[in-house]
Design a binder for this molecule. Structure first.
Ligand code: UD1
Length: 424
C-alpha cells in the first residue's frame, strides 16, 4: 500500500485553496434522489467518499456525468433499484444518507447496515426510530435495513434524544417528500445541515427554523423536486487542519476560499493558544506565536468545538507549553491516534474519554499507522515538526476526506511525498 513520507522541520509559507465540504456534499448528493431531473453540483471535493456515494447512485441506476474532478451532473430520473449494497455501505457509513430519500420517493428500500467503525459503534437507531414515527415499517433482514412505506411517509413530530447530524439530514430529506408537516426537535445545526436545508428550499420545499434546533419541514406529498445548480460550501475541517499546519510549524500561511464563520470554534481555540488572524473576505491568514499556549477543550455539537478537529488539536498540544486536557464527548473510541502520536515522542495519557497531554521536548520521526480519517491528519501534522522522516501508512483513510493533501502541503513548502507500494 502507498504511504506518505514526511521530512520534518520545514517552515510553510504562501497560500492554499480549500476545497468543498465533504460532509455537506454527501447529504446533498443523497438529496438529489428526491428529484427526477438533472442536478448540477459544483465545488465538490475531489475525495474518495464523494466518488463512493456517486458510484452508489450509479448502481441504483442514476446517470452521472463528471465535468471535471469538482463538478458533476446527476440525473436520478433513471433509478431502477432501491437497494444500497453492503459493498458500498461498508466502505462509507454516510451511505446511510440514501435511506431517507429512497424511502420517501419510492416507498420502499433496502440499505445495508453500516456497522461500527474505528471511532465507535455509531448506531443508526435514531434514524430508524424517526422514520418509524413517520409511518415506515422497518425490519432488519440479512444485515440490511428494509424500510417500507408503500403509501408514502407522513409528517410527524420527531424529538431526537441525542443531536445527530446524519439523523437530522435523513429526516430532512424524508420529510421533504412526506405528506404533511414534520418537526425535528433537538436537530443538528452544523453548517452542512444548514446547506442541506437551503438546497431543499431552493428546490421548492418550505423549511422553517433553519439554523436553529427546531426544524419544520412542509412535505410535498411525494411530488419530486427540481434543484437549481448547487455550489458546495467550503470544507471547515480541511480549513481547520491547514490552520493547525500553520500553527504547528510556526508559519504564517493563508487559506483561500473559506468561510471564517464556520471556523469560529477552531479560530477561537487557536487565538487562546496565541495565534492571530487576518480575515479578508474568504481568505484567512494565520500568524502563529513562537510558542503555543496549552488549552483545555471538550468536543461537542456545532457551534461548539468539532470532534472532527480533536486529533489535529491534539497534535498541536504536543508542542504547547503546559498541560492540555481534551475530553471527547461524541465518539467513544476517537483516541486511536494517541498511541501513534506517542510513538513519535508525544507525552499523552488516556483515561476513558479524557486525554492529558504534556509538552514533549522533541518529536522523532517513525513509522506510524493512520486509523481513521482525522487521526491520519494529526500524524501528518506531527510529522511536519518531527526530527527526520515520518512514514504514515494506511493513507486510504486520508484519501476519503482530504483532497490532494500531499500536493497542497508541498505547495506550502512541506517536504512530503507519496511512496508507491512497489517502490518501498
Ligand atoms: C457526522 C459527520 C462526522 C462527525 C459527526 C459529529 C458526516 C458525513 N459525518 O457523522 O464527520 O464527526 O457528524 O459531528 O457528516 N448516534 C446515536 N444514534 C444514531 C445516530 C447517532 O446514538 O442513530 C450518536 C453517535 O454514535 C454519536 C453522536 O450520536 O455519538 C453523534 O453522531 P452523528 O451526529 O449522527 O454523526 P454522523 O452523522 O455519523
Amino acid at each position: 500500500m502507498d504511504y506518505l513520507t514526511i521530512e520534518g522541520g520545514y517552515k510553510l509559507s504562501g497560500s492554499v485553496r480549500i476545497g468543498g465540504s465533504k460532509n455537506a456534499s454527501l447529504p446533498i448528493i443523497a438529496s438529489t434522489i428526491l428529484s427526477q431531473e438533472k442536478v448540477t453540483l459544483t465545488n465538490l471535493p475531489d475525495v474518495v467518499d464523494i466518488k463512493t456515494l456517486i458510484k452508489l447512485l450509479g448502481m441504483l441506476g442514476a446517470n452521472v456525468e463528471y465535468h471535471n474532478s469538482y463538478s458533476a451532473t446527476i440525473n436520478n430520473g433513471s433509478i431502477n433499484s432501491t437497494t444500497a449494497v453492503y459493498e458500498i455501505v461498508s466502505q462509507m457509513r454516510a451511505s446511510i444518507l440514501v435511506l431517507g430519500p429512497l424511502l420517501a420517493r419510492f416507498g420502499e428500500c433496502k440499505v445495508s447496515l453500516p456497522g461500527g467503525c474505528a471511532i465507535g459503534q455509531r448506531p443508526i437507531n435514531l434514524h430508524l426510530k424517526a422514520l418509524e414515527k413517520m409511518g415506515a415499517e422497518i425490519s432488519i433482514e440479512d444485515g440490511y435495513v428494509h424500510a417500507k412505506a408503500p403509501n408514502g411517509l407522513n409528517g410527524a413530530k420527531i424529538i431526537f434524544d441525542k443531536i445527530t447530524v446524519g439523523g437530522t439530514e435523513n429526516i430532512l430529506m424524508a420529510g421533504a417528500l412526506a405528506r404533511g408537516v414534520t418537526t425535528i426537535i433537538n436537530s443538528a445545526k452544523e453548517p452542512e445541515v444548514i446547506q442541506l436545508c437551503e438546497v431543499l428550499v431552493s428546490a421548492g420545499v418550505r423549511i422553517d427554523g433553519i439554523g436553529s434546533s427546531e426544524l419544520t419541514i412542509y412535505g410535498t406529498n411525494r411530488k419530486t423536486l427540481s434543484f437549481p445548480d448547487i455550489a458546495i460550501i467550503p470544507d471547515r475541517i480541511e480549513a481547520g487542519t491547514y490552520l493547525c499546519a500553520g500553527a504547528i510549524t510556526k508559519s504564517k500561511i493563508t487559506l483561500n476560499c473559506v468561510n471564517a464563520t464556520h471556523l469560529r470554534a477552531s479560530i477561537d481555540k487557536l487565538e487562546s493558544m496565541g495565534c492571530e488572524f487576518d480575515i479578508i473576505d474568504d481568505n484567512i491568514t494565520i500568524n502563529p506565536p513562537n510558542e503555543l499556549k496549552s488549552i483545555n477543550f471538550i468536543t461537542t455539537e456545532y457551534p461548539g468545538f468539532p470532534t472532527d478537529m480533536q486529533a489535529q488539536f491534539m497534535a498541536l498540544s504536543i508542542v504547547s507549553d503546559g498541560e492540555t486536557i481534551i475530553e471527547e464527548r461524541l465518539f467513544e473510541n476517537r483516541f486511536m491516534h494517541v498511541s501513534e502520536l506517542n510513538r513519535l515522542g508525544a507525552d499523552i495519557c488516556l483515561k476513558g474519554n479524557i486525554a492529558s497531554i504534556h509538552k514533549a521536548d522533541e518529536l522523532n520521526g517513525a513509522d506510524v499507522m493512520a486509523t481513521d480519517l482525522r487521526a491520519s491528519s494529526a500524524l501528518i501534522l506531527a510529522g511536519l515538526i518531527a526530527n527526520g522522516k515520518t512514514n504514515v501508512h494506511r493513507i486510504y483513510h486520508l484519501e476519503r476526506g482530504y483532497e490532494d493533501l500531499e500536493g497542497k502541503l508541498s505547495g506550502l513548502g512541506a517536504k512530503i511525498e507519496r511512496v508507491k507500494a512497489n517502490k518501498k
